[in-house]
Design a protein around this ligand. Structure first.
Ligand SMILES: Cc1ncc(COP(=O)(O)O)c(C=O)c1O
Length: 402
């Protein structure tokens, strides 16, 4: 065959020009694991690797329905599954019309559908900081710009910094994202902030996207915490939930978008078309949902007991330790430790790993600001948690400059 000349390399989109390298802490963790070093990982938030008992959700039984051999494509999701989700809201006192609820494969997919629904290239979305790092990638993939607004820590927890939210608004803004309870601050949306958000969204013609995936895991919500935005009239708003947290089963890949408020009907018709191009929700999980929803307490109870025990130990162990404080956590799966006297979060996390075999996430992963924080998963098994927290406190006492 004739030489076709020098092969040209394919071109990739600019939106995927990410730094794909491993960060310094991730490579140190990998090296430690490869050398079989015993680690106490205080960051594992995968519930299926946290020692919970899932035997009540036996797939060999719950997926055995012959219904699973039929393909009944429905862009909104199968009626039986949608009813199971609507029953959930009905039990919380929020009646949801059937055509306002759409299933999708994950909350991440829900975000992506919503970004596509609301934004043209270069439009902007307001997103909380500190929060969940995946937002930036979701925004990049959908060619939208994220405009951060800050949450600030008050004595009873984190609140929206309204000035920073108003400063982040521009003519390009299309929606405000709220995460309640937020990851990793554990803060619920405050009632006063909810009114402010609804007012602002309505005045500016913006939508609200409220991620409530952790809503079933209250720890110590303040009296004015908003437990759900579902059922609230006002601006166009989308409430997100999903099995990754509700049943602690991220592998099952089922989430939902509840649409309400101004122009909800038009939004639903367009969303249905977006979903119809993917039809991404699998049948077995949808068919199992009516069996699983009533059993949610079985898994949520285990998770809640673990979280309560770990929070109690964390507070007791760090009480009176100079330079270490535990900010209020209202809900969710994460705990924070504020660490005074630490100038370099990465340096602290690396030396904790190398000298004591304990893995934490530094606060800057979540944009926690100038103060040093350790971000910990409250799902950590209790015996490991105790050893890890003690080691963290001892290490801080040695290396901090107070
Ligand atoms: C706040 C928040 N929303 C959404 C997700 C993603 O959920 P899903 O597995 O449904 O995509 C996560 C994952 O941890 C999260 O922390």
């Amino acid at each position: 065959m004739k030489d076709a000349g020098k092969a040209k390399r394919p071109v990739f989109s600019r939106r995927t020009n990410w730094d794909l390298g491993e960060n310094v802490l991730a490579s140190a963790c990998r090296a430690a694991r490869e050398s079989n070093k015993k680690l106490i990982d205080l960051t594992i938030s995968n519930p299926t690797r946290s020692g919970f008992d899932y035997s009540a959700f036996d797939p060999s039984h719950d997926f055995a329905s012959l219904e699973n051999l039929h393909y009944n494509p429905d862009p909104l999701g199968l009626p039986v599954a949608r009813k199971a989700v609507r029953d959930l809201y009905a039990q919380a006192g929020v009646p949801v019309p059937g055509n306002r609820l759409m299933l999708c494969a994950s909350t991440s997919e829900a975000y992506s559908h919503l970004f596509r629904l609301l934004c043209n290239n270069g439009d902007a979305l307001l997103a909380p900081v500190p929060s969940y790092p995946l937002f930036q990638f979701l925004a990049d993939v959908c060619d939208v710009t994220l405009m951060p607004y800050r949450l600030h820590l008050e004595t009873d927890g984190w609140r929206i910094d309204r000035k920073s939210l108003l400063a982040a608004l521009s003519a390009k803004a299309r929606a405000i994202i709220v995460v309640s309870p937020n990851n990793p601050t554990g803060s619920y949306l405050d009632a006063g902030d909810a009114d402010f958000l609804c007012r602002t969204a309505q005045e500016r013609g913006l939508a609200l996207i409220c991620d409530e995936v952790f809503a079933d895991y209250p720890i110590a919500p303040r009296a004015s915490a908003v437990r759900t935005l579902a059922g609230r009239e006002g601006p166009l708003s989308f409430v997100l939930g999903g099995l990754s947290k509700l049943l602690a089963m991220p592998q099952m890949k089922l989430a939902w978008i509840l649409t309400q408020g101004t122009d909800a009907e038009e939004a639903c018709r367009r969303l249905e078309m977006i979903a119809d191009t993917f039809l991404s929700v699998n049948a077995p999980v949808q068919n199992a949902l009516p069996l699983w929803m009533p059993r949610r307490e079985i898994i949520q109870g285990q998770v809640a007991r673990r979280i309560a025990a770990n929070m109690e130990f964390l507070r007791a162990e760090l009480a009176g330790k100079p330079g270490l404080t535990v900010p209020p956590v209202e809900g969710g799966w994460y705990g924070l430790v504020a660490m005074e006297g630490i100038a370099d979060e990465d340096g602290f996390a690396l030396s904790l790993l190398e000298e004591r075999g304990v893995v934490i996430h530094p606060g800057y992963y979540y944009d926690l600001g100038d103060d040093a924080f350790a971000v910990l998963s409250l799902l950590t098994p209790e015996d490991l948690w105790k050893d890890g927290v003690r080691a963290l406190a001892e290490h801080h006492a040695l290396v901090s400059v107070l």
